[in-house]
Design a binder for this molecule. Structure first.
Ligand code: BTN
Length: 325
């Protein structure tokens, strides 16, 4: 893995590199270079070779870089972080973050990112994979002094942080779909998955997982129409996006513990993709139809069902527009 990672870092600039140079940089033989080049297809990277010039990737790749991310963030936010790790390949950044803070005893806020996520999790048991250079898989482990009840509405507030980050990068068309999908042009741009350690009564650690589609990836396993940021902003930088999300998310989390969701309610409703729409809330076999009236101060969805307002709480639910049966 160390070799393939070094090879990808070397070729990421999209320039030609001779076999000799690659071998020298990686400290391996020409035959071993050839073997490593063959492995690039496993990462969906296409290599071109020209006699006398060497090898290059068909497209340059902006790899995630810890130093670039930290340098792009606000200094006071960086000062709050216990650690920020950029990993090459992980099953799931949420799993990794949980392991780092619970088994390895790392302090919170702990942040990890993976260039490639092989067994990422989405809500409701879905998968969330991400191929090299195509997406953003980010997890933040945060410790709360009070129990799980303080976390009501947290995933909605995280959505606000992501929308603010996108706005700071000039993308102002992002909307939120309750409870935590990020949409652009009614298509899914990203999602949020919150998981917590099992001490709901006392101190608990929450793993905040954020996935964003940055470049189009044909293997995306999203069960609804999706969009990637590069379709709107072709030169979008993944490192800058991470920095913007962390700046907004960490600042928001610092006040969230004392305020809860209510201060973000109005802002959330202003970007609610489905406000005033007739929707279906699907919970297993049960389907409830109603018109979205907004969200409550605790983050519940307010649905008008036959003239009566009902509060719908998160969990294993999905929300669909009525016309998209
Ligand atoms: C969803 O919309 O279903 C939520 C998707 C959340 C995916 C992110 S990617 C980073 C983090 N690690 C995971 O395994 N899942 C979340």
């Amino acid at each position: 893995m160390a070799n393939i990672q070094s090879l990808i870092s070397l070729l990421a600039d999209g320039e030609f590199h001779s076999g000799e140079e690659i071998g020298r940089q990686l400290g391996i033989s020409r035959a071993a270079v050839w073997k490593q080049l063959q492995k690039l297809s496993e990462y969906k990277l296409v290599v071109e070779s020209i006699k006398g010039k060497g090898y290059c990737l068909s497209q340059k790749v902006e790899l995630l870089n810890q130093i670039t991310i930290l340098e792009s963030m606000n200094d006071d936010v960086v000062a709050k972080l216990a650690a920020l790790e950029v990993l090459f390949e992980l099953d799931s950044t949420n799993d990794h973050a949980l392991k780092r803070v619970s088994h390895d005893d790392l302090n919170c806020p702990y942040v990890c990112l993976a260039e490639v996520q092989k067994k990422g999790r989405g809500r409701r048991g879905r998968q969330w994979m991400s191929a090299l250079g195509s997406g953003l898989c980010l997890s933040v482990a945060w410790e709360f002094g009070s129990g799980a009840s303080a976390l009501e509405g947290l995933s909605l507030a995280v959505g606000i942080a992501v929308v603010r980050a996108l706005m700071s990068m000039g993308i102002d068309s992002a909307k939120l779909k309750w409870p935590n999908d990020i949409l652009i042009d009614e298509k899914k741009l990203g999602g949020i998955l919150l998981e917590m350690t099992d001490d709901p009564a006392g101190r608990c650690q929450v793993i905040i997982g954020v996935g964003v589609n940055v470049k189009a990836d044909n293997d995306l396993t999203i069960d609804q129409p999706w969009i990637a940021l590069s379709q709107l902003k072709p030169d979008v930088s993944r490192n800058r996006l991470v920095a913007a999300i962390l700046d907004h998310l960490i600042s928001l989390m610092q006040s969230y513990a004392s305020t809860g969701f209510s201060p973000y309610r109005e802002e959330w409703e202003a970007v609610d993709a489905y406000k005033g729409c007739l929707v279906k809330v699907i919970a297993g076999e049960r389907v409830t139809s109603g018109v979205v009236e907004g969200v409550a101060a605790n983050g519940a969805l307010l649905l008008n069902v036959d003239g009566e307002q009902r509060s719908i709480y998160g969990g294993e639910l999905s929300l669909r527009l009525h016309e998209n049966t």
